[in-house]
Design a protein around this ligand. Structure first.
Ligand SMILES: [Zn+2]
Ligand SMILES: [Zn+2]
Length: 341
């Protein structure tokens, strides 16, 4: 089968022929990929950011945002059948450890993460497990929802945590209206009554935000902190959702956060440097967000079926993976890039 494999850090991956995955354990599920999302994490993987952590030897297949049609199942699988359309939770979890039993799939002690530490879904076929597959409502096409498997669930997970802080009359600032941010805006709109303020450097990205549910948009032109302060009675917002997490987004975000407010970090790549005195004197909190649980993916699929969350996507054939990566690297990609085998 054809697959997008990373051979060397610092280089683009290569589209090439590789052996097809096979069922080797009773709970294996093999999915014929309908769409595989391209993610900023893939750029971080290519840069070698996770080299030590993932422990993987190159080459391997990228792709952790996958959806498609079940093509084979192990002998113990009855949650899905061959032919079902599914979206794939990015983590293969064991089901037996305390984290799994608590529903914290992402903190499973025996997990595998296809596309990060094992072969992923930028290919014709992907091997995952029964615990990771969510059967799709027939109204949803795999290629239209693939990026919700990681980008979507991550945005949803952070917004769901912020619900108690976002009661009527509160404000949420969304930093970054890209692939994750545009889903975060829709989740905020669907799950909370908060006033939504979106900050981005791109006027084109901001132009789309109102249709996703944003109440205000702020161009990051150097005046963004002052503008957000003005919109929030000089106090700042109760919640910041930072979908960028690098460059000046973090210092900006902290300056836009109200006393006792909560900062949700979703994007990453930069540094969080906060004077401990500021933390104490203002009682601000910082919360990390790692993907989301299986149940949260099911909930997000419900919002999608209801038309409350839609993905803004650009499709590329699998063969054009390098073009898609180039477009993401150079900021030309709007919404989410999806590779179609
Ligand atoms: Zn991702
Ligand atoms: Zn586990």
């Amino acid at each position: 089968m054809k697959a997008v494999r990373l051979h060397e850090y610092g280089q683009h991956p290569v589209v090439e022929e590789v052996a097809e995955p096979r069922i080797t354990s009773p709970y294996d599920v093999i999915v014929r990929i309908g769409g595989a999302g391209l993610c900023r994490t893939d750029l971080h993987i290519m840069e070698g950011h996770f080299r030590a952590q993932s422990g993987i030897t190159l080459p391997y297949i990228l792709g952790h945002e996958n959806a498609g049609r079940v093509s084979a199942v192990g002998s113990a699988v009855d949650i899905v059948a061959v032919g079902d359309t599914v979206i794939v939770h990015p983590q293969i979890s064991c089901g037996f450890c305390r984290s799994c039993r608590a529903g914290n799939d992402m903190h499973c002690i025996q997990a595998a993460f296809p596309g990060m530490d094992t072969d992923g879904g930028m290919a014709e076929l992907l091997k995952t497990s029964a615990r990771a597959v969510v059967r799709l409502n027939p109204t949803l096409a795999p290629e239209d929802v693939a990026a919700l498997a990681d980008a979507g669930i991550t945005a949803y997970h952070a917004v769901k945590k912020a619900i108690p802080q976002l009661y009527p009359g509160t404000r949420a600032v969304v930093i970054g209206a890209g692939g994750l941010g545009h889903i975060g805006i829709q989740c905020l709109k669907a799950l909370t009554p908060a006033e939504i303020i979106v900050v981005d450097r791109s006027p084109e990205a901001l132009a789309l935000c109102k249709s996703w549910g944003a109440h205000h948009t702020v161009l990051a032109d150097g005046q963004q902190i002052a503008t957000v302060k003005e919109m929030t009675n000089g106090r700042g917002a109760e919640v910041i959702l930072d979908f960028v997490g690098e460059n000046s987004s973090v210092t900006d975000g902290i300056a836009m956060l109200q006393r006792a407010g909560t900062y949700y970090m979703i994007g990453y790549g930069g540094q969080l440097l906060v004077p401990t005195g500021l933390l104490i004197s203002t009682e601000i909190s910082f919360v990390g967000n790692l993907v989301g649980s299986y149940n949260e993916l099911v909930e997000l699929m419900t919002l999608t079926e209801q038309g409350k969350v839609t993905l803004h996507t650009t499709f590329y054939p699998l063969d054009a993976a390098s073009d898609a990566i180039h477009d993401l690297e150079t900021g030309k990609l709007r919404g989410r890039g999806i590779l179609i085998p």
